[in-house]
Write a protein that binds this ligand. Sequence first.
Ligand code: NAI
Ligand code: MG
Length: 490
Amino acid sequence: MTELERKQDRAPVPSEWTYASAPEARDIVTLQERYGHYVGGEWLEPRETYTTISPATEEPLAEVGQATPEEVQAAVAAAREAFSNGWSDIAPSERAKYLFRIARILQERSREFAVLESLNGGKPIKESRDVDLPLSAAHFFYYAGWADKLEYAFPNQRPRPVGVAGQIIPWNFPLLMLAWKIAPALAAGNTVVLKPAETTPLSALLFCDVLRQAELPPGVVNIVTGDGRTGAEIVKSEGVDKVAFTGSTEVGKAIQRELAGTGKKLTLELGGKAANIIFDDAALDQAVEGIINGIYFNQGHVCCAGSRLLVQESIYEPVVEKLKRRLTTLRVGDPLDKNTDVGAINSKQQLDKIQELVASGAEEGAEIYQPPCRLPEKGYWFAPTVFTNVAQSYRIAQEEIFGPVLSILTFRTPEEAVEKANNTPYGLSAGVWTEKGSRILWMAERLRAGVVWANTYNRFDPSSPFGGYKESGFGREGGRHGLEPYLELT
Ligand code: NAI
Ligand code: MG
């Protein structure tokens, strides 16, 4: 017997079956102390800065710039110059080569980006590694393929680029939202000024290094960091021809007001309050996995999250029981641990919002369930939560919580399911779980949602257009549709 075997022989049987921690090595990421703005292919020393942190530990990570109006103007001017002096005229097949290069470099550096994304944003490494990074690269590959085929995508319409695109993105999928914005813009021959969200600037700043590696001509992509003030400067800048925004409905409405009458093109991808609808003939265990993925993926910081569960009354009890049991197996904690299912809440501000809405649910009369779990002391955390006894009028059934919080409602007939699902100011996505193909089609026809998933949830593919109805915004990203907002067609 070896020493190890003797030890194992004597080791007591664990009273609780658990995993040992499996942290991803952090040293693949080299952070700078301070970052500037990436303008015209150079780093511009920022005039004002703030500190970006890790939401899991509150540890400061780096100083980043808070772009002033002058700095935004410099970025817009660089984008304009790059647009006029070559980028819009080079052979489309050459543009495609840059996009292919960017996609390949993202694949090569995917572990580095995944670690950085989890560090700065709080999402589990399992998700940044298996979802954010592969999808970001896939998006560049996909639009690289369109760059020299625009004439075929829009036959007899003479597709031409719009000019300079101002792009403002949120913190829930920082690199992926960057890819959704930049890839179609460049494929169509535009240049870009992009602003990442104030809490998650680091992956966009690392992306500038990818642009250098790909030898993208200077000024084609410019990145400025900062909060909403910087975003507002981009929106109102006269040198910007097209604005693309993903974020809150409130800011989306303000941008629409600002741009009314200016002739600038605009696409908005805003909030959601999606129904995930479970019929009594659905495969229940699979449906429960779909419910979990629908609302606890990325801590529920997902615009298309399945935050309203509609369960057919006859299966209400088994579904709730299975769901609660499954909830106890979710591992909440260190985003860099490969076993972690639910990471940190992205910011103090978002945690406050979740806490306030959850308190309102309990006050209005819903019943709350949270599995026993120990939350870390430092950082921003919220336990996975389920509300039962929810009335349609409660705020937790109406408002976007954008956290790991599920509200359960019931229905009897398919007609009632449709009516309840559509009873929201939003219309981004929906889920339907049933064994009957005819019912899937019947439901999909009636649900006022940009995406309807059947017997799955939160599935993304660059070839599939994504976007909303009503207060979820307008315009589509992904697919051939995603090129349209970046083109003038005559
Ligand atoms: P937000 O809409 O304020 O921020 C999104 C982006 O817009 C950030 O880059 C921000 O700096 C920028 N921004 C803020 N004010 C701006 C302005 N006046 N002009 C131009 N850009 C501006 O969203 P926030 O405050 O981070 O989150 C609030 C709520 O919004 C969340 O709780 C969630 O319900 C929703 N949200 C929805 C998202 C989605 O994917 N549809 C993403 C992020 C938030
Ligand atoms: Mg805001």
